[in-house]
Design a protein around this ligand. Structure first.
Ligand code: RIB
Length: 336
């Protein structure tokens, strides 16, 4: 049986092919009864619109590529879910690419999205100097960089004021009387980790507290790296009374290590995380953390891109800097 065509659907539903096209593409409001007849005819005939042909004809695919470094990290998962929801509501399909913190895989996905002729890309980098991003620009594919600054002049950017957020988290611990404050950083070359550390150091300096390198451990934003870093902090060097972990996943790892050492949070150790993933409010004790405006990050990135795609915003690139908010829960307490 030959494949049903748009003409077959129009004939069976007793409408024009233009009406069938409007129903398929959601390009115009169609009388509900007429829409029902068209959808019924499509189902009866097993009609499948040729999306590839339409894409080539119109030069758009109504798809957005989204590249994230680690889809298993709830921060990226929550951002991705919000972007997908916002894109879908604007008629776009979102292709999620997980680069697994691997620059090689990241480059492969950039090339895949090019080959699939996505209309635009939202990009959160796995490293500080991603290669091949310029290929998107060379192919006139609009790009929005989010969360991690990669110093590109040809992209719209949505970032957080990480330095200020790191400062405020540290000030909270200092105001509780802590002086031996450890910090578990993310990968050093990534802008969020570097900037949060800068805020940490600036706050110590303003309070006249000497920076102690022995209280700094490098993680990789994973739970396991937070646990390993905390076990190191507890086994050697000056004993911290508080830990500032530069993301919630490492803070959760730190919780495990502190409990494993027979210590309590916040009685023996105060703990602050960063992101405010859903889990942060569910662990015991609930995690004091720096709340990233996840819905707003997603909304800004998606609207900047879709404005470009719709042609309602041309010209110079925008740089949006959002603010975080310190969320006090049960994992921090005054030093007795
Ligand atoms: O949890 C992942 C971390 O990496 C977050 O703090 C986010 O800002 C990203 O850079």
């Amino acid at each position: 049986m030959s494949r049903a065509t748009i003409k077959d659907v129009a004939q069976l539903a007793q409408v024009s092919t233009t009406t069938v096209s409007h129903v398929v593409n959601n390009t115009r409001a169609v009388n509900p009864a007429t829409r029902a007849r068209v959808l019924g005819a499509m189902s009866t005939l097993g009609y499948q619109p040729n999306i590839l042909a339409r894409s080539l004809r119109k030069g758009v695919t109504k798809t957005i590529g989204l590249i994230v470094p680690d889809a298993s990290n709830p921060f990226f998962a929550e951002v991705a879910r919000k972007i997908e929801d916002l894109g879908f509501k604007q008629g776009y399909s979102v292709i999620l690419c997980n680069s697994d913190n691997d620059p090689i895989k990241q480059t492969s996905y950039i090339n895949t999205l090019l080959a699939k002729r996505v209309d635009g890309v939202i990009f959160i980098s796995s490293d500080s100097a991603p290669s091949d991003l310029s290929r998107l620009v060379d192919n006139h594919i609009p790009l929005v960089v989010a969360d991690r600054d990669v110093s590109l002049e040809f992209a719209d950017v949505v970032l957080l004021d990480n330095e200020r957020a790191g400062y405020e988290a540290t000030r909270h611990l200092l105001e509780l009387g802590h002086r031996n404050i450890a910090c578990i950083t993310g990968p050093y070359d990534l802008s969020p980790s570097m900037q949060r550390m800068e805020g940490f150091k600036r706050c110590l300096s303003e309070f006249g507290i000497q920076f102690q390198p022995q209280l700094i451990q490098t993680g990789d934003f994973s739970i396991q790296s937070g646990k390993v870093a905390t076990l190191r902090l507890l086994s050697a060097g000056p004993k911290p009374t508080a830990i500032f972990a530069l993301n919630d996943m490492m803070a959760i790892g730190a919780m495990s290590a502190v409990n494993q050492a027979g210590l309590s949070i916040p009685g023996d150790m105060s703990l602050i995380g960063f992101d405010n993933i859903e889990l942060a409010g569910m662990v015991t004790p609930s995690l004091t953390t720096v709340a990233q405006p996840i819905p707003e990050i997603a909304r800004q990135a998606t609207s900047l891109l879709i404005e470009r795609l719709a042609g309602t915003r041309n010209g110079s690139n925008q740089k949006v800097i959002l603010s975080a908010e310190l969320l006090l829960r049960d994992s921090t307490a005054r030093l007795e």
